[in-house]
Ligand binder design. Sequence first.
Ligand SMILES: CC(C)(COP(=O)(O)OP(=O)(O)OC[C@H]1O[C@@H](n2cnc3c(N)ncnc32)[C@H](O)[C@@H]1OP(=O)(O)O)[C@@H](O)C(=O)NCCC(=O)NCCS
Length: 168
Amino acid sequence: MSLRTATAADLPDIMALERDSFPSDAWSEAMMAAEIASPHGRYVVDVEAGTLRGYGGVRAVQGAADADIQTIAIAPAARGRGRGRALLAELIASARSRGAREVFLEVRADNPVATALYASEGFVEIGRRPRYYQPDDVDAVVMKLDLAGWARAHEARPEDETPGKGWC
Ligand SMILES: CC(C)(COP(=O)(O)OP(=O)(O)OC[C@H]1O[C@@H](n2cnc3c(N)ncnc32)[C@H](O)[C@@H]1OP(=O)(O)O)[C@@H](O)C(=O)NCCC(=O)NCCS
């Protein structure tokens, strides 16, 4: 897998995967374009042989103590092979390199796959937002990651192909 910072040229492929991955609450193209262009975050794509396999974004204002994972998606045919974890690690590393100490995210309560990924990286549930996702009427689970603990855990696993050298 090959991770790099997303550009405006990636927008059509990102939107196709966005609509496929989030059929009832996909972001608009304008919103995604603004996110990719924002200096207050970083969007990353996983591209293999010219084909988009995944994307994700983190909002991390330089110098702010907290950051937010905004979105992450892997193409259906490419799931279950470690790409989601690698992309998430890259986003977390970007937040850390911008000075964040904690990373937050919201995940649908009916998404056990994503929740398991986040929990296995050290995110813990800190609350719920009832009926946050509309029109599906699904609760949001709010999760938080302590970056110092995450960094210690990754440094203790030097055999990992830990991405994220702070490209920001
Ligand atoms: C969530 C998502 C990004 C995970 O990406 P992925 O590449 O499939 O995940 P990985 O292969 O890196 O697996 C990471 C962990 O996710 C969990 N996981 C992955 N596939 C799973 C499955 N079929 N069932 C249960 N848990 C699963 C496991 O905890 C796994 O860790 P493990 O391999 O050590 O057991 C992907 O499933 C996806 O794009 N889903 C649709 C969009 C979405 O829900 N995004 C999250 C919004 S909050």
